[in-house]
Ligand binder design. Structure first.
Ligand SMILES: [Zn+2]
Length: 247
């Protein structure tokens, strides 16, 4: 990388740079090194802010020929480690920061914080970043908590799965249908205990997936059921007789 120019103006720092002319590059298709240059073009990559200024790197990169006759790629664009990734308009460091904000705040709030941090993104772009993050592949927990929650009360419900031992969120399923839960349990073997509400849906779903899974009522629903029953039983014992007079 050669830095050719650095210009600071207003709230923008613009860096003009180019990759070297001769360095051979490994083809991403076959791994064979190539140094026959097809052409150059300029990529605009946003980097982390410096001194309160947005940073844009205008980076001239090479398109190279792959000379391996067995390779699918006729040409490819070189990437600069730590600076460019295929199809990305941000450096990995800047993308990590944007992703962290997206995870914490999602669309609108994320966009507002990022504009303070000198990264202008629309809420839709922040959501796109959020949706592109690949989730870590977690093993199914031994004790799984299942419950429904309302996305819009009375209209649209989803199901949340948590590790009942640690409280860690595992997955959100798009509805509360038994077959959706069954399919998840079948795709994620290893659950030994399901902790659920008292209704029949999740019980059926669990039995359908694996009848050897032990099913227990979760604490919230046990207390809720107990409290409702006690209130019902207590209702007739309202004291009779004259009420105390108000002043
Ligand atoms: Zn190749």
């Amino acid at each position: 990388m050669q830095v050719e120019r650095v210009e600071a103006g207003g709230d923008l720092l613009r860096i003009t740079a180019r990759t070297g002319d001769d360095a051979p590059v490994a083809c991403p298709g076959c791994g064979q090194t190539a140094d026959w240059v097809h052409s150059r073009y300029v990529r605009h990559v946003a980097d982390e802010t410096v001194g309160g200024r947005s940073v844009v790197i205008d980076l001239s990169v090479r398109r190279l020929y792959c000379e391996n006759a067995d390779c699918q790629k006729a040409t490819f664009v070189e990437q600069v480690p730590g600076l460019t990734r295929r199809y990305q308009r941000r450096t990995p460091a800047a993308q990590t920061m944007v992703d962290a904000v997206a995870v914490a705040l999602a669309g609108s709030a994320g966009a507002r914080l990022l504009s303070v941090l000198h990264h202008a993104l629309t809420w839709a772009s922040v959501l796109n970043c959020l949706m592109r993050i690949t989730l870590p592949d977690r093993p199914a927990p031994r004790v799984l908590g299942i419950d429904e929650f309302a996305l819009r009360k009375g209209h649209h419900y989803a199901t949340i799965l948590v590790d009942a031992a640690t409280g860690e969120r595992i997955e959100v399923l798009p509805d509360r249908k038994a077959q959706t839960v069954t399919a998840w349990l079948q795709a994620h073997p290893g659950v030994e205990v399901v902790c659920r509400d008292g209704a029949g849906g999740f019980a059926q779903a669990t039995t359908a997936a694996d009848p050897t899974i032990v099913q227990v009522g979760d604490r919230w629903h046990l207390w809720h059921g107990l409290a409702e029953t006690v209130l019902k039983e207590e209702a007739p014992t309202v004291p009779a007789g004259p009420r105390p007079a108000h002043r």
